[in-house]
Design a protein. Sequence first.
Length: 354
Amino acid sequence: MGWWQIGTDTLAASSFVLSPLAETVASLKTLHSAASAHPGERAWLARHLPAYRERLAAEPLDALLVRAAIGPTWNADFLTPTPLGDRERSFEEEVEAVRSAEPADAVDQLAVAVGGPVPEPLRSARDLPDRLAGVLGWVWRETVLPDWARRRRVLEADVTARTALLSRGGWAAALDELCPGKMRWLGDGRLQVNTRDYPPRSVDRGRLLFVPVTPSNGWVSWEGTERYAVVYACAGALADAAGPTVPEALGALLGTARAGVLVRLGTPLSTSQLVALTGQGLGSVGRHLKVLLDAGLVRRGRSGRSVLYEWTAAGAVLVRAQEGRGPRERVRPPPRCSSGRGPSHGSVIRPGGP
C-alpha cells in the first residue's frame, strides 16, 4: 500500500486545479490501452483510435517511446510533470515542461518505467522530450481540444461538488471519494494514494494539488519537495454530452430531474458525483435520492467513508423497461479506478510515475 504522510499546513493549503496537459496525458493513456470504462469513453475511442494508431504507425520511434513512457506500474516522469498550480495555464504553456526535459534524464526515467534497460533506438535518441511533446500535442489538438469546452465544464462541476463535500464532511470524506477503493484517508495525516507496495513519502512542505481529468485514468506526481499532485478521474465524465437520455415516460412519472438522477445509477455514484454529473444542487440531489430510496428504486452502501448509490433490481427493471430493453439485462459494473503514475510518478508515484 502506497501512502503519503501529509502535514496539517500542507493539507489546509491544498487546492483543486485544472490542467489541459493532465487531461491530454490521461487521454493518451486511454488511447494507449485502447480500453474503455463506460459507453461514452468507448465512443470516444471509436472516433479517435484509428487516427492515433495511424499517427504512430507513421512514426515508429514515437510508438516505441509511448510504450516505454507508459510503464506497467510507473510512468516516465517527463510524461507527467506536476502542475505549477499558481494559475491556470494553457496546454502550450504546460507542455513546455515535457519538452524542456534533459534527453539523458528522459532515458533514465524511461528505464524506471520499463523496469530495465531502455531499448534501442530510444537509448541513443537525443530528441525524446521533443518527440513526446509532439505526440501529446497531436492528442490535444485532435482528440481533446475539439471537446475541451464541455470537458472543462465537467471538471469545474466536479471541483464544485468536491468542495461542497469538503465543507460538509472534511478532508477524510473528500479524499475517500477521489478514487473509491484505491485512495482513502487513513488517519494521523496519512493518505493512501494507491494499493501498490511503495514506501511512504513525507509531504509536509510545498503545495498539494488535486487535478481532475475526464478519462478513466489517474496518477500522482511530485516535483522535489515543492509540489505534489493527485490526478484523479471524474466519475462518468465522458458520458454523452447531455448525459444519459431520460425516457419521456420515466420523466413524466418521476419528474425529469429525479429521473435524471435515477438513470445515472446503473453504476454506483456518490452524492457529490451526481451533483457534478447532473448540474443539480446538492440539496436537490439529496432530496431526489431520499425519494428514490423510499420507493425502493435505489440502495446505498459504503466504500471506505464514501456513501454510494445504485439501482436496486426494481430500479434497474424500471429504467431498462423505459429504455426499451429487456428487464433481465445485466447492469454493467462500475469502472475501476486506475492508478496513474504507476510508480511512474503516477502510480502514486513519483515525480513522474503514475
